[in-house]
Write a protein that binds this ligand. Sequence first.
Ligand code: HEC
Ligand code: HEC
Length: 207
Amino acid sequence: MKKIDKYKLASLPLTLFFALGIVGSVAAVDVNKLVKDECADCHENDGNSTDGETPSIAGMSVDYFVESMGAYKTDARPALKLKDKKTDMKEVVNKLSDEEIQALAAYFAKQQFKPLKQKFDPGLAKVGKKLHRKYCDKCHSEGGTSAEDDAGILAGQPISYLQYSMDNYASGKREMGKKMAKKFKKMQKKAGDEGIVQLIHYYASQQ
Ligand code: HEC
Ligand code: HEC
């Protein structure tokens, strides 16, 4: 009995030391400055991109955010250099430490996602809604608006970004989870490439 008590007492300061150490190093990241210097040019300070091409990253779950950043690093996901921009996601991620990525994930998860105001085709969106319910809503719940599935936010993203993402999945340039691949292929078989366009207009219609 006595031995255990001693052990507990001795280990307490060490636990505290580690806990403070971790908190201390996250606090050392000046996340506001990091966002302003490294992200705001394309994603704005609050993560709601307005250029009609860059995805919004406000409100994304920490898990999805960290996984996405990692995927650029390992090339599981290609990085797109937009016209008139100086850099791309791979170059951005390569400059960041794990601590900075964690701090950025927490920062953007706290921001409110604002769906993009954009033109869409209501006819295509109507069919897309049905396809979404049948093949996608299980993991992209509430019409693709929920961040809680750790699968990104689809509703309210720019049409050109949605098209780019779908093309990358369809061509295999971006790795897709096995379960999503199964549903995606089923959807394509049933609705063809038109189905992809209909889904995109459904996501864009949610504003
Ligand atoms: C030069 C413009 C630019 C800068 C700077 C930039 N991004 Fe991006 N970001 C993009 C573009 C374009 C995409 C989508 C295309 C792609 O996948 O490459 C994207 C995609 C992302 C995604 C994935 C979104 C999704 O829906 O899956 C995350 C997360 C992200 N950026 C975070 C950041 C963070 C954090 C910073 C700052 C440290 C940053 N970006 C800086 C242009 C930029
Ligand atoms: C079994 C779960 C599952 C199903 C079903 C599913 N997805 Fe996904 N989806 C995911 C996950 C997890 C991610 C994020 C990680 C990744 O890239 O694999 C994702 C990511 C995406 C992205 C990229 C988001 C971004 O911001 O870049 C798009 C677009 C997408 N899915 C579309 C669809 C469509 C359309 C369907 C229906 C045809 C569908 N998904 C069905 C799990 C699923």
